[in-house]
Design a protein around this ligand. Structure first.
Ligand code: GLU
Length: 452
Protein backbone atom coordinates (compact mmCIF):
# COMPACT_ATOMS: atom_id res chain seq x y z
CA UNK A 1 0.00 0.00 0.00
CA UNK A 2 1.41 3.38 -0.98
CA UNK A 3 1.33 6.06 1.67
CA UNK A 4 -0.23 9.48 1.21
CA UNK A 5 3.15 11.17 1.17
CA UNK A 6 4.53 8.78 -1.50
CA UNK A 7 1.42 9.45 -3.55
CA UNK A 8 1.83 13.19 -3.07
CA UNK A 9 5.42 12.94 -4.35
CA UNK A 10 4.16 11.20 -7.50
CA UNK A 11 1.49 13.88 -7.97
CA UNK A 12 4.10 16.62 -7.45
CA UNK A 13 6.26 15.10 -10.21
CA UNK A 14 3.26 15.08 -12.46
CA UNK A 15 2.63 18.74 -11.70
CA UNK A 16 6.20 19.60 -12.68
CA UNK A 17 5.68 17.72 -15.92
CA UNK A 18 2.39 19.57 -16.55
CA UNK A 19 4.25 22.88 -16.18
CA UNK A 20 6.92 21.79 -18.68
CA UNK A 21 4.50 20.44 -21.23
CA UNK A 22 2.18 23.45 -21.05
CA UNK A 23 4.49 26.48 -20.94
CA UNK A 24 3.11 29.97 -20.36
CA UNK A 25 -0.26 28.76 -19.07
CA UNK A 26 -0.17 29.95 -15.43
CA UNK A 27 -3.94 29.73 -14.89
CA UNK A 28 -3.98 26.11 -16.07
CA UNK A 29 -1.03 25.26 -13.81
CA UNK A 30 -2.88 26.88 -10.90
CA UNK A 31 -6.09 24.93 -11.57
CA UNK A 32 -4.15 21.65 -11.91
CA UNK A 33 -2.26 22.36 -8.67
CA UNK A 34 -5.45 23.12 -6.79
CA UNK A 35 -6.91 19.75 -7.73
CA UNK A 36 -3.82 17.53 -7.61
CA UNK A 37 -2.70 18.78 -4.21
CA UNK A 38 -5.91 17.41 -2.67
CA UNK A 39 -6.05 14.00 -4.37
CA UNK A 40 -3.33 12.11 -2.44
CA UNK A 41 -5.70 10.66 0.18
CA UNK A 42 -8.06 9.12 -2.39
CA UNK A 43 -5.30 7.90 -4.72
CA UNK A 44 -3.45 6.31 -1.77
CA UNK A 45 -6.65 4.68 -0.48
CA UNK A 46 -7.87 3.27 -3.80
CA UNK A 47 -5.09 1.56 -5.78
CA UNK A 48 -7.06 1.58 -9.04
CA UNK A 49 -6.63 5.39 -9.16
CA UNK A 50 -2.86 5.00 -9.06
CA UNK A 51 -3.04 3.09 -12.36
CA UNK A 52 -0.35 4.50 -14.65
CA UNK A 53 -1.75 7.01 -17.07
CA UNK A 54 -5.10 7.73 -15.41
CA UNK A 55 -4.27 11.15 -14.00
CA UNK A 56 -1.99 11.87 -16.98
CA UNK A 57 -5.01 11.34 -19.25
CA UNK A 58 -7.22 13.49 -17.01
CA UNK A 59 -4.93 16.54 -17.33
CA UNK A 60 -4.62 16.25 -21.12
CA UNK A 61 -7.63 17.61 -23.08
CA UNK A 62 -9.23 15.13 -25.46
CA UNK A 63 -9.21 17.79 -28.19
CA UNK A 64 -8.18 21.45 -28.53
CA UNK A 65 -9.36 23.61 -31.40
CA UNK A 66 -7.88 27.04 -32.17
CA UNK A 67 -9.19 29.05 -35.09
CA UNK A 68 -9.15 32.41 -36.85
CA UNK A 69 -12.21 34.60 -36.45
CA UNK A 70 -12.20 37.40 -39.06
CA UNK A 71 -15.03 39.97 -39.00
CA UNK A 72 -15.73 43.49 -40.20
CA UNK A 73 -16.32 46.41 -37.84
CA UNK A 74 -18.88 49.14 -38.55
CA UNK A 75 -16.28 51.13 -40.49
CA UNK A 76 -15.67 48.20 -42.81
CA UNK A 77 -12.24 47.44 -41.32
CA UNK A 78 -11.31 43.78 -41.08
CA UNK A 79 -10.55 42.61 -37.54
CA UNK A 80 -9.03 39.27 -36.61
CA UNK A 81 -9.59 37.49 -33.31
CA UNK A 82 -8.66 34.03 -32.08
CA UNK A 83 -11.29 31.42 -31.24
CA UNK A 84 -10.88 28.41 -28.92
CA UNK A 85 -12.78 25.29 -27.94
CA UNK A 86 -11.13 22.88 -25.55
CA UNK A 87 -12.99 19.56 -25.34
CA UNK A 88 -11.46 18.32 -22.12
CA UNK A 89 -13.25 15.18 -20.98
CA UNK A 90 -16.32 13.31 -22.24
CA UNK A 91 -16.30 10.28 -19.92
CA UNK A 92 -19.56 11.33 -18.26
CA UNK A 93 -21.41 12.90 -21.19
CA UNK A 94 -21.08 15.39 -24.05
CA UNK A 95 -18.54 18.15 -23.43
CA UNK A 96 -20.35 20.98 -21.66
CA UNK A 97 -19.18 24.44 -20.72
CA UNK A 98 -19.44 28.08 -21.60
CA UNK A 99 -17.84 30.45 -24.09
CA UNK A 100 -15.96 33.47 -22.76
CA UNK A 101 -15.45 36.60 -24.90
CA UNK A 102 -12.87 38.79 -23.15
CA UNK A 103 -9.52 40.31 -24.18
CA UNK A 104 -7.73 38.22 -21.51
CA UNK A 105 -8.73 34.93 -23.14
CA UNK A 106 -5.91 32.66 -24.31
CA UNK A 107 -5.37 28.90 -24.47
CA UNK A 108 -4.21 28.65 -20.83
CA UNK A 109 -7.29 30.48 -19.56
CA UNK A 110 -9.64 28.25 -21.55
CA UNK A 111 -7.79 25.14 -20.34
CA UNK A 112 -8.08 26.19 -16.69
CA UNK A 113 -11.80 26.79 -17.16
CA UNK A 114 -12.28 23.50 -19.04
CA UNK A 115 -10.36 21.56 -16.40
CA UNK A 116 -12.47 23.02 -13.57
CA UNK A 117 -15.59 22.31 -15.58
CA UNK A 118 -14.88 18.53 -15.62
CA UNK A 119 -15.17 18.27 -11.82
CA UNK A 120 -17.96 20.83 -11.52
CA UNK A 121 -20.08 19.02 -14.07
CA UNK A 122 -19.37 15.66 -12.42
CA UNK A 123 -20.58 17.09 -9.09
CA UNK A 124 -23.97 17.98 -10.60
CA UNK A 125 -24.58 14.26 -11.22
CA UNK A 126 -26.29 15.12 -14.53
CA UNK A 127 -24.20 13.26 -17.12
CA UNK A 128 -22.19 16.08 -18.68
CA UNK A 129 -18.51 16.10 -19.64
CA UNK A 130 -16.22 19.13 -19.42
CA UNK A 131 -15.25 21.71 -22.04
CA UNK A 132 -14.82 25.43 -22.49
CA UNK A 133 -14.26 27.91 -25.27
CA UNK A 134 -14.18 31.53 -26.22
CA UNK A 135 -12.26 34.30 -27.87
CA UNK A 136 -10.07 37.31 -27.11
CA UNK A 137 -12.82 39.44 -28.71
CA UNK A 138 -13.91 42.36 -26.48
CA UNK A 139 -17.66 43.04 -26.82
CA UNK A 140 -17.43 46.26 -24.77
CA UNK A 141 -18.21 49.30 -26.86
CA UNK A 142 -19.15 47.19 -29.90
CA UNK A 143 -22.47 47.77 -31.65
CA UNK A 144 -25.09 45.00 -31.86
CA UNK A 145 -24.29 44.63 -35.55
CA UNK A 146 -20.58 44.13 -34.82
CA UNK A 147 -21.32 41.57 -32.11
CA UNK A 148 -23.63 39.75 -34.53
CA UNK A 149 -21.01 39.63 -37.29
CA UNK A 150 -18.40 38.40 -34.83
CA UNK A 151 -20.71 35.66 -33.49
CA UNK A 152 -21.59 34.55 -37.02
CA UNK A 153 -17.92 34.29 -37.99
CA UNK A 154 -17.10 32.44 -34.74
CA UNK A 155 -19.89 29.91 -35.33
CA UNK A 156 -18.90 29.43 -38.98
CA UNK A 157 -15.91 27.49 -37.66
CA UNK A 158 -17.27 26.24 -34.32
CA UNK A 159 -20.35 24.51 -35.80
CA UNK A 160 -18.31 21.57 -37.14
CA UNK A 161 -17.09 20.67 -33.64
CA UNK A 162 -20.33 20.88 -31.63
CA UNK A 163 -23.70 19.11 -31.51
CA UNK A 164 -26.37 18.14 -28.99
CA UNK A 165 -24.68 14.75 -28.37
CA UNK A 166 -21.11 15.97 -28.88
CA UNK A 167 -20.37 19.34 -27.30
CA UNK A 168 -22.84 21.88 -25.93
CA UNK A 169 -21.52 25.43 -25.36
CA UNK A 170 -23.26 28.13 -23.31
CA UNK A 171 -22.40 31.58 -21.96
CA UNK A 172 -19.67 32.86 -19.64
CA UNK A 173 -18.09 36.33 -19.28
CA UNK A 174 -19.06 38.45 -22.32
CA UNK A 175 -21.50 35.87 -23.67
CA UNK A 176 -25.13 36.28 -22.62
CA UNK A 177 -28.56 35.95 -24.19
CA UNK A 178 -27.76 38.27 -27.11
CA UNK A 179 -24.63 36.37 -28.15
CA UNK A 180 -26.25 32.94 -27.70
CA UNK A 181 -29.06 34.15 -29.99
CA UNK A 182 -26.67 35.15 -32.80
CA UNK A 183 -24.62 31.96 -32.36
CA UNK A 184 -27.72 29.75 -32.46
CA UNK A 185 -29.06 31.54 -35.55
CA UNK A 186 -25.85 30.93 -37.46
CA UNK A 187 -25.66 27.27 -36.37
CA UNK A 188 -29.25 26.72 -37.54
CA UNK A 189 -28.53 28.42 -40.85
CA UNK A 190 -25.37 26.45 -41.62
CA UNK A 191 -26.69 23.05 -40.57
CA UNK A 192 -30.35 23.50 -41.58
CA UNK A 193 -31.31 21.76 -38.32
CA UNK A 194 -33.45 22.91 -35.43
CA UNK A 195 -31.19 21.36 -32.84
CA UNK A 196 -32.22 23.17 -29.66
CA UNK A 197 -29.91 21.16 -27.40
CA UNK A 198 -26.71 22.33 -29.15
CA UNK A 199 -26.44 25.49 -27.03
CA UNK A 200 -27.84 26.42 -23.63
CA UNK A 201 -28.77 29.81 -22.24
CA UNK A 202 -31.20 30.33 -25.13
CA UNK A 203 -34.10 32.81 -25.03
CA UNK A 204 -37.20 31.61 -23.22
CA UNK A 205 -39.39 31.69 -26.37
CA UNK A 206 -37.09 29.41 -28.40
CA UNK A 207 -35.88 26.59 -26.23
CA UNK A 208 -34.32 28.37 -23.26
CA UNK A 209 -35.03 27.23 -19.72
CA UNK A 210 -36.67 29.45 -17.16
CA UNK A 211 -34.26 30.25 -14.29
CA UNK A 212 -31.12 29.62 -16.43
CA UNK A 213 -30.07 33.30 -16.24
CA UNK A 214 -30.57 33.27 -12.46
CA UNK A 215 -29.13 29.81 -11.80
CA UNK A 216 -25.43 30.49 -11.11
CA UNK A 217 -26.09 33.32 -8.65
CA UNK A 218 -29.09 31.65 -6.99
CA UNK A 219 -27.18 28.38 -6.68
CA UNK A 220 -24.16 30.06 -5.08
CA UNK A 221 -26.34 31.70 -2.44
CA UNK A 222 -28.00 28.34 -1.72
CA UNK A 223 -24.55 26.80 -1.32
CA UNK A 224 -23.47 29.62 1.02
CA UNK A 225 -26.67 29.13 3.02
CA UNK A 226 -25.93 25.41 3.36
CA UNK A 227 -22.40 26.17 4.62
CA UNK A 228 -23.85 28.65 7.12
CA UNK A 229 -26.37 26.05 8.33
CA UNK A 230 -23.45 23.77 9.16
CA UNK A 231 -22.26 26.54 11.49
CA UNK A 232 -25.73 26.85 13.03
CA UNK A 233 -26.55 30.13 11.27
CA UNK A 234 -28.71 31.36 8.39
CA UNK A 235 -28.49 34.29 5.98
CA UNK A 236 -31.09 36.47 7.69
CA UNK A 237 -29.58 39.84 8.67
CA UNK A 238 -26.07 39.00 7.39
CA UNK A 239 -24.16 41.65 5.46
CA UNK A 240 -22.74 40.41 2.17
CA UNK A 241 -20.12 41.80 -0.20
CA UNK A 242 -20.47 40.76 -3.83
CA UNK A 243 -17.98 41.59 -6.57
CA UNK A 244 -18.82 41.90 -10.25
CA UNK A 245 -21.96 43.28 -11.85
CA UNK A 246 -22.69 40.74 -14.57
CA UNK A 247 -25.24 37.98 -14.64
CA UNK A 248 -23.73 36.02 -11.72
CA UNK A 249 -23.43 39.06 -9.42
CA UNK A 250 -26.92 40.38 -10.20
CA UNK A 251 -28.72 37.12 -9.36
CA UNK A 252 -26.48 36.54 -6.34
CA UNK A 253 -27.66 39.87 -4.97
CA UNK A 254 -31.28 39.01 -5.84
CA UNK A 255 -31.22 35.71 -3.92
CA UNK A 256 -29.30 37.15 -0.96
CA UNK A 257 -31.94 39.87 -0.64
CA UNK A 258 -34.77 37.33 -0.95
CA UNK A 259 -33.26 35.31 1.91
CA UNK A 260 -32.99 38.36 4.19
CA UNK A 261 -29.31 39.24 3.79
CA UNK A 262 -28.10 42.75 2.98
CA UNK A 263 -25.96 42.76 -0.19
CA UNK A 264 -24.12 46.08 -0.10
CA UNK A 265 -21.66 46.05 -3.01
CA UNK A 266 -21.07 45.39 -6.68
CA UNK A 267 -18.10 46.25 -8.91
CA UNK A 268 -16.56 46.35 -12.36
CA UNK A 269 -13.06 46.99 -13.69
CA UNK A 270 -13.38 50.73 -12.91
CA UNK A 271 -14.06 50.31 -9.16
CA UNK A 272 -16.84 49.37 -6.77
CA UNK A 273 -20.09 50.69 -5.37
CA UNK A 274 -21.05 50.41 -1.71
CA UNK A 275 -24.68 51.01 -0.83
CA UNK A 276 -25.54 50.85 2.88
CA UNK A 277 -29.24 50.34 2.20
CA UNK A 278 -28.51 47.32 0.03
CA UNK A 279 -28.09 47.27 -3.76
CA UNK A 280 -31.24 48.42 -5.60
CA UNK A 281 -31.55 45.63 -8.17
CA UNK A 282 -33.98 47.37 -10.50
CA UNK A 283 -31.50 50.20 -10.91
CA UNK A 284 -28.51 47.85 -11.30
CA UNK A 285 -30.33 45.71 -13.90
CA UNK A 286 -31.37 48.84 -15.83
CA UNK A 287 -27.76 50.07 -15.97
CA UNK A 288 -26.06 46.73 -16.67
CA UNK A 289 -28.59 44.72 -18.68
CA UNK A 290 -30.47 47.45 -20.57
CA UNK A 291 -27.95 50.29 -20.95
CA UNK A 292 -24.82 48.06 -20.80
CA UNK A 293 -23.22 50.84 -18.69
CA UNK A 294 -20.72 51.00 -15.81
CA UNK A 295 -21.34 50.79 -12.05
CA UNK A 296 -20.39 54.43 -11.33
CA UNK A 297 -23.70 55.37 -12.99
CA UNK A 298 -25.42 53.40 -10.20
CA UNK A 299 -23.92 55.58 -7.45
CA UNK A 300 -24.73 58.76 -9.39
CA UNK A 301 -28.40 57.82 -9.72
CA UNK A 302 -29.01 56.06 -6.39
CA UNK A 303 -28.60 59.05 -4.06
CA UNK A 304 -27.13 59.41 -0.58
CA UNK A 305 -26.89 55.75 0.52
CA UNK A 306 -24.43 54.78 -2.24
CA UNK A 307 -20.93 55.83 -3.17
CA UNK A 308 -18.54 54.81 -5.93
CA UNK A 309 -14.93 54.02 -4.99
CA UNK A 310 -12.76 54.27 -8.11
CA UNK A 311 -10.14 51.56 -8.40
CA UNK A 312 -10.68 50.26 -4.84
CA UNK A 313 -11.10 46.70 -3.62
CA UNK A 314 -14.59 45.53 -2.76
CA UNK A 315 -13.05 43.24 -0.11
CA UNK A 316 -12.24 46.29 2.06
CA UNK A 317 -15.94 46.57 2.94
CA UNK A 318 -16.68 44.77 6.26
CA UNK A 319 -19.11 41.86 5.87
CA UNK A 320 -20.24 38.48 7.21
CA UNK A 321 -20.24 36.88 3.77
CA UNK A 322 -18.14 37.39 0.64
CA UNK A 323 -19.26 36.16 -2.76
CA UNK A 324 -16.63 36.80 -5.45
CA UNK A 325 -18.57 36.86 -8.71
CA UNK A 326 -16.29 38.64 -11.19
CA UNK A 327 -13.26 36.71 -12.47
CA UNK A 328 -10.19 34.58 -11.66
CA UNK A 329 -7.72 35.65 -8.96
CA UNK A 330 -9.74 38.70 -7.89
CA UNK A 331 -9.43 37.86 -4.16
CA UNK A 332 -5.80 37.64 -3.06
CA UNK A 333 -3.98 37.08 0.23
CA UNK A 334 -4.24 40.75 1.30
CA UNK A 335 -7.94 40.81 0.56
CA UNK A 336 -8.42 37.56 2.51
CA UNK A 337 -6.53 39.02 5.49
CA UNK A 338 -8.79 42.10 5.44
CA UNK A 339 -11.94 39.96 5.23
CA UNK A 340 -10.73 37.85 8.18
CA UNK A 341 -9.92 40.97 10.24
CA UNK A 342 -13.44 42.21 9.54
CA UNK A 343 -14.96 38.96 10.81
CA UNK A 344 -16.07 37.23 7.59
CA UNK A 345 -17.79 33.87 8.25
CA UNK A 346 -18.09 32.39 4.75
CA UNK A 347 -16.65 32.94 1.27
CA UNK A 348 -18.46 31.30 -1.62
CA UNK A 349 -17.15 31.49 -5.19
CA UNK A 350 -19.65 32.58 -7.86
CA UNK A 351 -16.87 33.12 -10.40
CA UNK A 352 -14.38 30.45 -11.52
CA UNK A 353 -11.19 30.37 -9.39
CA UNK A 354 -11.61 33.97 -8.07
CA UNK A 355 -9.65 33.23 -4.88
CA UNK A 356 -5.87 32.76 -5.12
CA UNK A 357 -4.45 29.57 -3.53
CA UNK A 358 -2.70 31.61 -0.79
CA UNK A 359 -5.99 33.35 0.03
CA UNK A 360 -7.85 30.01 0.18
CA UNK A 361 -5.33 28.61 2.68
CA UNK A 362 -5.51 31.74 4.82
CA UNK A 363 -9.31 31.66 4.93
CA UNK A 364 -9.40 27.96 5.77
CA UNK A 365 -6.78 28.35 8.51
CA UNK A 366 -8.86 31.14 10.04
CA UNK A 367 -11.89 28.83 10.18
CA UNK A 368 -13.85 30.66 7.47
CA UNK A 369 -16.23 28.37 5.54
CA UNK A 370 -14.91 28.34 1.97
CA UNK A 371 -17.05 27.15 -0.99
CA UNK A 372 -14.91 26.49 -4.11
CA UNK A 373 -16.44 27.51 -7.44
CA UNK A 374 -16.59 24.00 -8.83
CA UNK A 375 -19.16 23.21 -6.14
CA UNK A 376 -20.65 26.60 -5.26
CA UNK A 377 -21.26 27.91 -8.79
CA UNK A 378 -22.34 24.60 -10.34
CA UNK A 379 -25.98 25.75 -10.37
CA UNK A 380 -25.48 27.48 -13.74
CA UNK A 381 -24.26 24.45 -15.63
CA UNK A 382 -26.76 22.25 -13.74
CA UNK A 383 -29.68 24.26 -15.10
CA UNK A 384 -28.01 24.13 -18.53
CA UNK A 385 -28.24 20.34 -18.25
CA UNK A 386 -31.92 20.74 -17.28
CA UNK A 387 -32.35 22.94 -20.37
CA UNK A 388 -30.89 20.10 -22.48
CA UNK A 389 -33.30 17.66 -20.84
CA UNK A 390 -36.27 19.91 -21.67
CA UNK A 391 -35.02 20.32 -25.26
CA UNK A 392 -34.65 16.56 -25.76
CA UNK A 393 -38.15 15.97 -24.40
CA UNK A 394 -39.54 18.92 -26.44
CA UNK A 395 -41.11 20.42 -23.36
CA UNK A 396 -40.58 23.30 -20.96
CA UNK A 397 -40.86 23.28 -17.23
CA UNK A 398 -42.27 25.96 -14.93
CA UNK A 399 -39.95 28.30 -13.08
CA UNK A 400 -41.03 26.68 -9.82
CA UNK A 401 -40.05 23.23 -11.03
CA UNK A 402 -36.64 24.37 -12.27
CA UNK A 403 -35.98 26.25 -9.02
CA UNK A 404 -36.89 23.22 -6.95
CA UNK A 405 -34.58 21.01 -9.00
CA UNK A 406 -31.80 23.60 -8.64
CA UNK A 407 -32.26 23.72 -4.86
CA UNK A 408 -32.13 19.90 -4.66
CA UNK A 409 -28.97 19.78 -6.78
CA UNK A 410 -27.20 22.43 -4.68
CA UNK A 411 -28.15 20.68 -1.45
CA UNK A 412 -26.89 17.39 -2.80
CA UNK A 413 -23.58 18.95 -4.01
CA UNK A 414 -23.11 20.48 -0.56
CA UNK A 415 -23.82 17.16 1.18
CA UNK A 416 -21.51 15.25 -1.19
CA UNK A 417 -18.61 17.68 -0.64
CA UNK A 418 -19.17 17.77 3.11
CA UNK A 419 -19.36 13.99 3.50
CA UNK A 420 -16.43 13.34 1.17
CA UNK A 421 -14.24 15.76 3.13
CA UNK A 422 -15.14 13.95 6.38
CA UNK A 423 -14.46 10.57 4.79
CA UNK A 424 -10.93 11.71 3.88
CA UNK A 425 -10.08 13.27 7.27
CA UNK A 426 -10.60 16.86 6.17
CA UNK A 427 -13.82 17.88 7.95
CA UNK A 428 -15.21 21.21 6.78
CA UNK A 429 -12.73 21.39 3.86
CA UNK A 430 -15.03 21.84 0.85
CA UNK A 431 -12.08 22.17 -1.53
CA UNK A 432 -10.88 18.65 -0.76
CA UNK A 433 -14.47 17.36 -0.68
CA UNK A 434 -15.35 18.85 -4.09
CA UNK A 435 -12.13 17.76 -5.79
CA UNK A 436 -12.23 14.18 -4.50
CA UNK A 437 -15.96 13.66 -5.11
CA UNK A 438 -15.73 15.06 -8.65
CA UNK A 439 -12.56 13.09 -9.34
CA UNK A 440 -14.07 9.78 -8.16
CA UNK A 441 -16.99 10.09 -10.58
CA UNK A 442 -14.86 10.97 -13.60
CA UNK A 443 -12.06 8.53 -12.76
CA UNK A 444 -14.49 5.60 -12.29
CA UNK A 445 -16.04 6.29 -15.72
CA UNK A 446 -12.61 6.62 -17.37
CA UNK A 447 -11.40 3.35 -15.86
CA UNK A 448 -14.57 1.53 -16.95
CA UNK A 449 -14.24 2.85 -20.52
CA UNK A 450 -10.64 1.78 -21.05
CA UNK A 451 -7.56 3.57 -22.32
CA UNK A 452 -8.91 6.14 -24.78
N1 GLU B 1 -19.95 29.29 -17.85
C1 GLU B 1 -20.71 28.64 -16.82
C2 GLU B 1 -19.78 27.91 -15.88
O1 GLU B 1 -18.70 28.36 -15.62
C3 GLU B 1 -21.87 27.82 -17.36
C4 GLU B 1 -21.53 26.75 -18.33
C5 GLU B 1 -22.74 26.08 -18.97
O2 GLU B 1 -23.87 26.42 -18.64
O3 GLU B 1 -22.51 25.21 -19.84
O4 GLU B 1 -20.10 26.89 -15.31
Amino acid sequence: MTTRSETQTTLDHLLTEIEHRNPAQPEFHQAAHEVLETLAPVVAARPEYAEPGLIERLVEPERQVIFRVPWQDDQGRVRVNRGFRVEFNSALGPYKGGLRFHPSVNLGVIKFLGFEQIFKNALTGLGIGGGKGGSDFDPHGRSDAEVMRFCQSFMTELYRHIGEHTDVPAGDIGVGGREIGYLFGQYRRITNRWEAGVLTGKGRGWGGSLIRPEATGYGNVLFAAAMMRERGEDLEGQTAVVSGSGNVAIYTIEKLTALGANAVTCSDSSGYVVDEKGIDLDLLKQIKEVERGRVDAYAERRGASARFVPGGSVWDVPADLALPSATQNELDENAAATLIRNGVKAVSEGANMPTTPEAVHLLQQAGVAFGPGKAANAGGVAVSALEMAQNHARTSWTATRVEEELADIMTSIHTTCHETAERYDAPGDYVTGANIAGFERVADAMLAQGVI
